[in-house]
Design a protein around this ligand. Structure first.
Ligand code: SF4
Length: 370
């Protein structure tokens, strides 16, 4: 694995294995002993005093201590490993609420599982409330809206316990085909800042359904986008260019501009080479340079439609210069890296760089801009 900007996984020593689960990570004595999650004391050195009762346990790790802020949230696995999932130092924070999904996207980064994992939704609610961020937390899956009514209750909990936290929910949008559900979501979205990132990969059902591996998905997603937009729910429309759809980027945007309401942003997203994308790479990936004109055309169509467009996950040196102003540093710091060649590049400070998973056959070499 390549060097990432912010490590999120740490090993620690502890007298006994720490019980698996979500914890609030504490560097100091908590101000208020009432918390949503158990408190885990993170220490640089072994304790020479008895652990106070307001801590569930303690771990010793200088690296972890130096990498977190008091009140960050972590998940302990295997008794001696912790993953920091909500960090005040991170450029993005996301909770995974389920691994179940009703799509099977060819490039899925988190291939779906079928087992019941409802506990993830409950623990994520507690984690968000405990973290209490005055900012945005992402909610991803799987498909979060498969929870239906339980997801609405999850939102109610956030509204009550962490109203200053805005949510960005990644969903395939199919659940919004249900008008009653959409109406209930609209009521929550009037109390909480919430945006739904919904992918539409084509203006043709055959192409969209092929890419998401589910017949009938296009029909539900389009009806969902119409319902959600007409209800005033905030939508970010996501498009991943692949071999199957790169020729029609401008058509998808034109379709969105004409048919949907309340699209606040269109995001063109570069593929991440993990999960099923790795397996299907030869049949889905297309070199960025080979569709530069299509990207420029998509930008033009978005501008004519009056919808802001942002480009995610592309190294600037593989985009036409006229598109640079639309690109953003989008890759989460725990999986973001810059090869050493980037050190001499004048655009590094504004470039997204690479996913750490892209090394090897998934890598398009950097071309420093001098
Ligand atoms: S050389 Fe590196 S920093 Fe420069 S544009 Fe390419 S990826 Fe970005």
């Amino acid at each position: 694995m390549s060097e990432v900007l912010r490590n999120d996984i740490f090993r620690f020593t502890a007298d006994l294995p720490v019980q698996q689960g979500f914890y609030r990570l504490c560097k100091f004595k908590p101000d208020n002993p009432q918390f949503y999650l158990p408190n885990l004391l993170v220490s640089e050195t072994q304790l020479d005093y008895r652990l106070p009762a307001y801590f569930a346990d303690f771990v010793v790790s200088t690296d972890l201590f130096n990498s977190i802020e008091d009140g960050d949230i972590g998940i302990v696995n295997n008794g001696n490993m912790i993953r920091v999932i909500l960090s005040r130092r991170a450029n993005h924070n996301t909770v995974l609420v389920t691994e179940r999904c009703n799509n099977n996207c060819l490039f899925c980064s988190q291939p779906p599982k079928t087992g019941n994992d409802d506990w993830l939704l409950n623990q994520s609610a507690l984690a968000i409330a405990s973290f209490s961020l005055n900012g945005v937390v992402g909610v991803s899956g799987g498909e979060p809206l498969l929870y239906g009514e339980d997801f609405l209750q999850f939102l109610d909990f956030i509204i009550e316990n962490s109203p200053e936290t805005a949510l960005h929910v990644l969903t395939n949008g199919r659940k919004f085909a249900d008008v009653s559900f959409t109406q209930q979501m609209k009521e929550r979205s009037e109390k909480l800042k919430i945006t739904f990132g919904i992918p539409l990969y084509s203006s043709r059902s055959s192409v969209h359904d092929y890419l998401v591996g589910s017949e009938g998905a296009f029909d539900e997603t389009v009806r969902g986008l119409i319902n959600a937009g007409n209800s005033g729910i905030n939508i970010e429309l996501r498009i991943i260019p692949t071999l199957a759809n790169y020729m029609e980027l401008d058509k998808i945007i034109e379709f969105a501009g004409r048919v949907f309401s309340n699209i606040n942003q269109i995001s063109l997203m570069g593929l991440e080479s993990i999960g099923w994308a790795r397996k299907n790479w030869p049949s889905i990936f297309i070199e960025y340079d080979s569709y530069s004109e299509k990207i420029l055309s998509a930008i033009g169509t978005a501008q004519r439609s009056g919808i802001p467009l942002t480009i995610f996950n592309y190294p600037l040196c593989h985009l036409p210069e006229r598109a640079w102003g639309f690109a953003t540093q989008s890759i989460s710091d725990w999986k973001n890296y810059y090869p050493k060649e980037c050190d001499e590049c004048t655009q590094k400070s504004s470039c997204a760089g690479y996913f750490s998973s892209s090394k090897g056959r998934f890598h398009q070499p950097p071309r420093p801009i001098l």
